[in-house]
Design a protein around this ligand. Structure first.
Ligand SMILES: [Fe+2]
Length: 423
């Protein structure tokens, strides 16, 4: 008889760990902090806590509980994010108006669904668990994605508060910038995309062949100090460096520095989750749009890596997998050169020059869950790596994050490339 694929004890332990981590991220925040929506892209903390709960309730409990009923009928409407097949939902840009349920009531919702999922995992027969296991696992990874969004979003919420609040922790000691090195990659006919039995999102599949001309990628991310040189050389004033859409943004929104930098009487300071501090020239530049990353690369006479170039460079490097993804709240310095790629994961998501498109042979799953990734494959750019806000263990070198080219509130950074095919 075949071994059951899902072990209830391990699934339950993972469930408890993921759910507890979300609550630990919300713990430093007051109910007032958890209610604010500081711009349309940002969701309130308590909305994230409720929505990931709704995900388990909708895609798991409603499918298997014989007498299923939502914890609250209205929550079905309030906490659906974008699933058209599930039904109508509340306006995304107005999530900050949801003063009720409060943060405490969202906690009660979480407790109720936790108990029901726990019972389901531990009490259903092996055959049923085999059918549900992949949905439960998707729920874990979905909640981890929202753990990063929760931190990204509260960072913005706190940034618009004139008291410059601290979320948690203190900045790392000032770091010594080093020289950017390069890793040469032979290219040729390579394979990209996820393989193996471990979890991946549907958009990482199927693994497929790609042709790469020889190229090289920088062994670390661009630093704040290097970005200051770009600014000093008129980087934000020189139209010839910018893509047309990017230059329109520079002018319309008066960009003159990375998103969270501010000029404090001639000294640049940066808002972080540790509070507002002078910009550290040795740390990676963070919170720049694809347009800014591209303009910077153009200024340097280089380019951004394509998506397959980034993935293959990491895979070919081998040692790059060992890059730490220990928890942090801000990008860290690269540390000493190793001859391998540094800062692959755990510091900044890295813009590529690739549009977010389906891989050859991609097909979205049937039903509402098929809306998870596939319908967003239009008008966005791919980022690779993982950031200091990504939960440890969540990202992979085949992971495809994506945002519009103008997005600046995610924890994004820049890795340069050159010497290969035109981007
Ligand atoms: Fe979601």
């Amino acid at each position: 008889m075949a071994e059951p694929r899902w072990d209830p004890a391990r699934l339950e332990a993972r469930f408890e760990q993921v759910r507890a981590h979300t609550e630990s991220l919300a713990e430093p925040l007051s109910p007032e902090d958890q209610t604010v929506q500081s711009m349309p892209d940002v969701s309130p903390t308590k909305w994230h806590r409720a929505h990931v709960t709704w995900f388990f309730e909708t895609f798991l409990l409603s499918e298997v509980e014989p007498d299923f009923a939502p914890f609250q009928d209205q929550y079905w409407f309030l906490f659906n994010s974008y699933y058209e097949a599930v039904g109508p939902r509340y306006t995304r840009a107005d999530r900050g108006f949801i003063t009720r349920p409060g943060a405490h009531d969202v906690g009660l919702y979480r407790q109720n669904v936790d108990a029901r999922v726990r019972e389901l995992i531990t009490q259903v027969d092996g055959g049923t668990l085999d059918k549900l296991g992949s949905t439960i696992e998707l729920g874990f990874h979905h909640e981890q994605q929202h753990q990063e969004l929760l931190l990204m979003d509260i960072k913005h919420v706190l940034s618009v508060n004139p008291l410059r609040p601290v979320y948690a922790g203190t900045p790392s000691p000032r770091s010594e910038p080093d020289t950017m090195g390069w890793v040469d990659v032979e290219g040729g006919l390579v394979e990209v995309g996820h393989e193996g039995a471990g979890f991946s999102f549907d958009n990482e599949l199927p693994r497929h062949r790609a042709w790469l001309e020889p190229y090289r990628v920088a062994d670390r991310l661009v630093t704040n100090g290097e970005w200051m040189e770009f600014m000093a050389d008129g980087g934000y004033q020189r139209h010839e460096l910018w893509l047309s859409d990017g230059w329109a943004k520079v002018k319309a929104e008066q960009w003159r520095s990375p998103f969270y930098w501010r000029d404090d009487d001639g000294t640049w300071s940066e808002h972080t989750l540790h509070g507002t501090h002078p910009v550290d020239p040795g740390l990676p530049v963070t919170h720049v749009s694809h347009y800014e990353a591209d303009a910077y690369a153009t200024w340097r006479g280089m380019r951004l890596p394509t998506e397959p170039e980034w993935e293959h460079a990491v895979e070919a490097d081998g040692q790059a997998h060992a890059t730490t993804d220990a928890p942090a709240l801000h990008a860290r310095s690269a540390g000493p050169a190793t001859g391998h790629l540094r800062q692959v994961q755990g510091d900044c998501w890295q813009w590529t020059s690739s549009a977010y498109l389906p891989y050859p042979g991609f097909s979205a799953p049937h039903g509402a869950i098929g809306e998870y990734n596939g319908k967003f494959m239009s008008g966005q750019m791919v980022l690779r790596g993982g950031s200091a806000l990504t939960p440890p263990g969540h990202a992979r070198h085949t992971y495809r994050n994506f945002f519009p080219a103008s997005a600046r509130w995610p924890m994004t950074g820049v890795r340069l490339a050159d010497g290969g095919a035109p981007a």
